[in-house]
Design a protein around this ligand. Structure first.
Ligand SMILES: C[S@@+](CC[C@H](N)C(=O)[O-])C[C@H]1O[C@@H](n2cnc3c(N)ncnc32)[C@H](O)[C@@H]1O
Length: 219
């Protein structure tokens, strides 16, 4: 499915999010707060849109994804970025290899997200950071109703006009509704062994950015 949507992935995102993705992505990069020369893993990186700001800032970013279609679009656009094929639940990296790991709009797509959170913990150095950006659940009930209508009616209708594989966007709407809320995801992050998990709601909770730290010593 991701191979299919790859060619028009970024432009469709901008349309369906009504331009919000740019602001969300900026906040994620600030939360990661990587310094030039540090090593960051951008997991489920797709076409590398979420990886570009790190490369632009002199951070060593590895863009990892299991869709070769997405990686090919990314590599042709940004040959300077390291694109690596890999499965989030069985990462092709050594223990403690990165200063930080981040995943934007990807964890919800992984079949076993809790396993991916444990793999992310393994490949980050003790004291290193996790930042997860994912669709979540609006906290204000009237806003939740408007958003739910948008997801189930408007979004698939717009996708039919602009996307190469509109069915993928029906999946998008359904997977967002089925995803745990902010506290539910925080519990998964804690359960995988991360510490000090906190989150910030964006656009009233349409997106949540969770951050956590790998403990310095096991136990
Ligand atoms: C919605 S895209 C997000 C791409 C990018 N992070 C962004 O912000 O634009 C989700 C990505 O998750 C990838 N993905 C899903 N399951 C995966 C897995 N088990 N391992 C690696 N990548 C996975 C898909 O191939 C897809 O490229």
């Amino acid at each position: 499915m991701f191979d299919d949507v790859a060619p028009r992935y970024d432009v469709v995102n901008d349309i369906l999010s009504l331009g919000q993705t740019r602001r969300w992505r900026k906040i994620v990069v600030e939360a990661v707060g990587a310094a030039p020369g540090q090593h960051v893993l951008d997991l489920a990186a797709g076409t590398g849109t979420s990886s570009e700001p790190y490369a632009d800032a002199g951070v060593h970013v590895v863009a990892c994804d299991f869709s070769l279609g997405m990686l090919q679009v990314g590599k042709s656009r940004r040959p300077d970025i390291d694109f690596v094929a890999g499965d989030a639940t069985n990462l092709p990296f050594a223990d403690d290899a990165f200063d930080a790991v981040t995943i934007s709009f990807g964890l919800r797509n992984v079949n076993e997200p809790q396993k991916a959170l444990a793999e992310m913990l393994r490949v980050v150095k003790p004291g290193g950071k996790l930042v997860v950006a994912e669709f979540s659940h609006p906290t204000f009930a009237p806003w939740r109703t408007v958003y739910s209508e948008y997801l189930m009616r408007a979004l698939p209708a717009i996708a039919t006009k602009v996307a190469s594989n509109p069915t993928a966007y029906v999946y998008l709407a359904e997977s967002i509704r089925a995803w745990p809320n902010q506290d539910g995801l925080a519990a998964w992050i804690d359960g995988a062994g991360w510490r000090d998990c906190r989150y910030r709601n964006l656009t009233g909770g349409i997106v949540a950015v969770h951050r956590a730290v790998k403990p310095l010593a096991a136990g």
